[in-house]
Write a protein that binds this ligand. Sequence first.
Ligand SMILES: [Zn+2]
Length: 268
Amino acid sequence: MLICPNCGKTLIREEKRCRCADGHSFDIAAQGYVNLLIKHSANPGDDSGSIASRDAFLKKGYYQPLAEAIRETVNENMSAGQSFLDAGCGTGYYLSFLKDLPLESYATDIAKKAVARCAKANPQAFCFVGNVFHLPFEDHSLDGLMSVFTPYSAQEFARVMRPAGHLIAVTPGREHLYQLKEIAYDNPYYNEETGYQLEDFRLISQKNVRYEIHLKTSEDIGNLWRMMPYYHTTSRQGNERLLAMNEADTTVDFLLQLFERKNENEQD
Ligand SMILES: [Zn+2]
């Protein structure tokens, strides 16, 4: 299932490390995760400030209905003992809602500090620092995968998932944070709702999880806004206008898609 990121041989999990038959060895950190990135750059992925603000925002429960919708989809489509990867797990908020499902869970993210938080919140999962574009899994070895608000690789997901395996993707819906955009932008616009484009998968279902939230503090508004790519594309005045607010109401809108991996020779 898990393979060595150096040589591709089976990775054996021991108490304090993972190792392959060729002697490549990866220590399990005290926080319970392992770093399986081959090239260690200083701090890839999110910086610790944005990880902390994301964690703080998610813990307030504003996105709990989304987490529950993900849980329902996983519960309906996965069976006991199946393998399941959270690819781009961040701090593991969504994964923590799957804690009591009897799955063999894995979680990965390129940001080490996020994985450390994920491991703490998800002792049921094997958490590792990794790259979703080069996953350390054997071909067609995963039964399920989720990718929530994170970069994805259609090719790599097709490689690691077995035929008929299920993939859950979450992307921003058309109306996501529209009322905040009205404050920050001179010309607010709706998101283009494209979802995932996955050649080797069949779309089974998709739905919008859409509801209103009341952001209670300026800090919550700031933490949410900074989680989004919008923050970096908004004018300074626009960001300041929004971050000066003490509370705000907005729609949140998520596109939740369920895909099934096609058979190798299937043309659709
Ligand atoms: Zn190896």
